[in-house]
Design a protein around this ligand. Sequence first.
Ligand code: GLV
Ligand code: MN
Ligand code: MN
Ligand code: MN
Length: 405
Amino acid sequence: MSFHSMWAELLPVGRSSASGGYRRYAWTGADADCRAWFRQQAEARGLAYEVDRNGNQWAWLGDPAAGNAVVTGSHLDSVPDGGAFDGPLGVVSAFAALDELRGRGARLTRPLGIVNFGDEEGARFGLACVGSRLTAGALTVEQAHRLTDGDGVTLPQAMEAAGYDPDGIGPDPERLARIGAFVELHVEQGRALDLSGDRVGIASAIWPHGRWRFDFRGEANHAGTTRLADRRDPMPSYAETVLAARREAELAGAVATFGKIAVEPNGVNAIPSLVRGWLDSRAADQASLDTVVTAIEKAAREYAAAHGVDLTVERESFTPVVEFDHALRDELALILSGDTELRVPVLGTGAGHDAGILSGRVPTAMLFVRNPTGVSHSPAEHATEDDCVAGVSALADVLEGLART
Ligand code: GLV
Ligand code: MN
Ligand code: MN
Ligand code: MN
């Protein structure tokens, strides 16, 4: 099946007719439809299909038990109103690359795997990369059991409702030990390739990043009858904190975003009792990230105190800087440039990926495909079909080059 027809088949799944954006959240109906698509692609190609103990899907050409497998893939879930490419491009390209290798009659001496990692975006349970974190032991079973969505449904309950047994979740070192190299292809989430005029690039590193929950607690009261001087309103101190985040991020050369907020009781005519805001912050290095988050928290405490509001700050997740395997990165560059003088761009990214989680356990690399606007986590996310097809060819070259060694 061509890249085009696979892409077209997956395109309507979980897409909102109102916004054109995707809501493919872990263990929902849209997720089940994506998973059914993956299984069908695997079986149509005669690949050995399996779901691991953490709900990640795998498709194998050759026997993974032989070890030193070359694995590629990404994720199929999305952020709220996400684009079509973040995640799915890597999975569709994986199947398309395998087709291209078969078409070339490539001789592979290593097992080849395709993976769909579950719940990469963390849109439902608040933690990104749950499937790969569990597999890599970067999330404990106890922590996973405590993950709860906005409706109070826990991760094990959600898995069970989707027909998966949650009892076995946990680290999977034997599975990882069989993987000799993992390569994730992903749409670029910036404009570096557009600016350099290249279709495909190689990742160097992922910025350290984390999520922090800020709870500003005041006192609910009547919006019309409570004198300003008598209020303990958490909203102004939250608003001042948002502005401080912007200012401090600029100073530190970092990024800081309050993209999600919950207000209680959430009534137009009630002073809030609680404003809960989630900070996502990222920087090229750990010191800058520490600086920006410490400064935002300090400012928030001052604003909260000035308004008689209590503040608690909790770090919900954190991923340290990831430097991708240098040897594998060089090997990819060599494979892609062939015997030409072609220079393949090598770029860092502020976005998190399953590849980042795996990189501590397995030699890991990433390929990026040009995004003409750089927009991502939005329905406007895009890559041209020509660039996607160039990405498939590059991935096929990489898989063939690696799987022959
Ligand atoms: C996920 O894509 C993230 O970088 O937050
Ligand atoms: Mn994403
Ligand atoms: Mn992604
Ligand atoms: Mn991601």
